[in-house]
Design a protein around this ligand. Structure first.
Ligand code: HEC
Length: 488
């Protein structure tokens, strides 16, 4: 804003300055034109007189006989007795110039460096111009000067000796072509300055008006920009406040959720833990009855006892899984470089005894940064499931390996087993969610929930593809960084 105003002021000021200069120039040009017009008039007048070889005028006080004129019949008397004197051109011009000066204020002067008449003597400025003429200058010479405290424009024109001049000036030694002298005219500047003053006044007012309009426009633009800026700032401030309050609320809710979750978690942990003791008692007494009282039991009683036993076992397995699931979520993780292939190989070795018919293929896999014990549990559950659900095939086949998809390592376990309907895939990773009857395939249904928890704690993701009777493929990733670390 400030700079725009400064630039504008400079521009308008510059324009005013230029106009001032221009106006003064034209003032001087106008005055010079008038001076030149006057000289031309004088010269023409002079030429007319020269053409007549001078003119006779009545002899009066104002027009005495010219003592500097040497001519026959200079002073004559008419037949009627009137006395006349011959007026040479310069004398005439001098007379005329005096009259003109008295009437119009424009001074004329016929002059020479070597004047016949001492009153035609050149003043200092005229002397310098005449010297310039003698040095070869032929154009009109102009100047501005104060004469008697009043400003004038002065102009001077050379007068060259012609053959006709020699009649009276030859005795001074002049030859044709010499500068005989010059005519100078001084035009008062006052009327021109008055005109200039008026124009400058108008220029000052118009420039001031233009300047003021410009500054007002700048100010208006500045104010408008300022208003827009504050409006935007206010909107931004409001957005920031909203964001912050949202953030605060999210953090608060998250903290609440985490607290509720961990409370629930520790509750389920202690419940499961406390259920173990009564269950162990139940189991113990069932065994005692079976061992000591079997003989006294009816066939029906024995079968019921067996069912109690089986269900207690199942409950034990369920409790163990809940505790494991809970532990997987609570224990601290210790990250270390983990050889995934070796881990999977060990798990396969352990499980093979149970499923001798299965053909298990293990591919190369990159190492990874992770919690070894947890990742081992992942392989146990996934490979265990694969073997379990393919065990009824004539030729069970399980493949374990990894591939790189979009720069991330994806591990997979594939089997040719029972598979499942993808419509139920959403239940797959829930706790104790089973897609098959317990009688067909044993298990509590907590295995995949545990795997999902471990994979997610590693920053990864797990998903599955399958169709009934077409086998299933489970894929999971770990965090991109740990996968990349492992690849090195
Ligand atoms: C008839 C004679 C005569 C002729 C022709 C004549 N002059 Fe002069 N001139 C004079 C006289 C006399 C004076 C002095 C007059 C005065 O009192 O101012 C004079 C004065 C002048 C002056 C003024 C300076 C001075 O010496 O006092 C100039 C300049 C001048 N003449 C130029 C010329 C030129 C140029 C011509 C030719 C075109 C010319 N004259 C022709 C007689 C003549």
């Amino acid at each position: 804003m400030l700079w725009a105003c400064v630039a504008w002021t400079l521009l308008v000021g510059g324009s005013l300055y230029w106009n001032y200069r221009h106006e003064h120039e034209s003032t001087l040009a106008l005055a010079r034109n008038e001076a030149v017009a006057n000289i031309n008039k004088d010269l023409t007048f002079r030429r007319w007189a020269t053409g007549h070889g001078g003119v006779y005028v009545p002899l009066t006080e104002d027009t005495p006989s010219n003592p500097y004129l040497v001519a026959s019949e200079k002073d004559i008397e008419t037949t009627g007795g009137r006395k006349l004197t011959l007026m040479n051109p310069a004398y005439m011009v001098r007379q005329m110039q005096r009259l003109y000066s008295e009437t119009f204020g424009i001074k004329g002067h016929i002059t020479s460096l070597l004047p016949l008449n001492p009153s035609n003597k050149a003043d200092p400025w005229e002397t310098s111009v005449l010297q310039a003429f003698e040095a070869g200058e032929r154009a009109n010479v102009f100047a501005t000067a104060d004469i008697g405290g009043v400003p004038y424009v002065r102009a001077m024109m050379p007068m060259i000796t012609e053959p006709g001049c020699l009649k009276c000036h030859a005795h001074q030694g002049y030859q044709v072509g010499d500068v005989r002298g010059g005519i100078s005219v001084s035009v008062p500047l006052a009327p021109y300055l008055a005109r200039e003053h008026g124009v400058l006044q108008a220029l000052r007012i118009s420039h001031l008006a233009i300047w003021a309009v410009g500054v007002l426009a700048f100010y208006w633009l500045y104010r408008r920009a300022l208003v827009r800026l504050t409006e935007r700032e206010q909107v931004e401030l409001r957005i920031r406040e909203l964001n912050e309050s949202l953030d605060r609320r999210v953090r608060q809710r998250t903290a609440e959720l985490e607290k509720a979750n961990s409370e629930l978690e520790s509750f389920s942990y202690s419940v499961s833990h406390d259920l173990r003791a009564p269950l162990r008692a139940l189991n113990g007494y069932a065994r005692i009855i079976q061992e000591d009282e079997a003989a006294r039991l009816s066939q029906e009683g024995k079968e019921m006892l067996a069912r109690i036993w089986v269900n207690a076992e199942r409950m034990g397995a369920l409790i163990d899984d809940i505790l494991q699931f809970s532990r997987v979520g609570r224990t601290e993780m210790s990250f270390a470089p983990t050889d995934m292939a070796a881990l999977a190989a060990g798990v396969i070795e352990e499980l093979r005894a149970e499923y001798p018919a299965a053909a298990v293929q293990l591919d190369q896999m990159p190492a990874v940064q992770g919690d070894e014990a947890m990742l081992r549990q992942v392989w146990i559950n996934l490979i265990g499931n694969a073997l379990k659900f393919s065990s009824r095939r004539e030729q069970p086949a399980v493949q374990v390996g990894s591939e790189v998809v979009d720069g991330a390592t994806v591990y997979f376990v594939r089997d040719n087993g029972a598979g499942f309907d993808m419509a139920n895939a959403s239940h797959l990773f829930g706790v104790f969610q089973r897609l098959h009857a317990a009688n067909d395939y044993p298990g509590t249904g907590a295995g995949l929930a545990i795997v999902k928890r471990i994979v997610e704690r590693h920053g990864g993701r797990i998903w599955a593809e399958s169709a009934p009777d077409k086998g299933a493929t489970f894929r999971f990733t770990l965090a991109a960084e740990s996968a990349a670390d492992g690849a090195n």
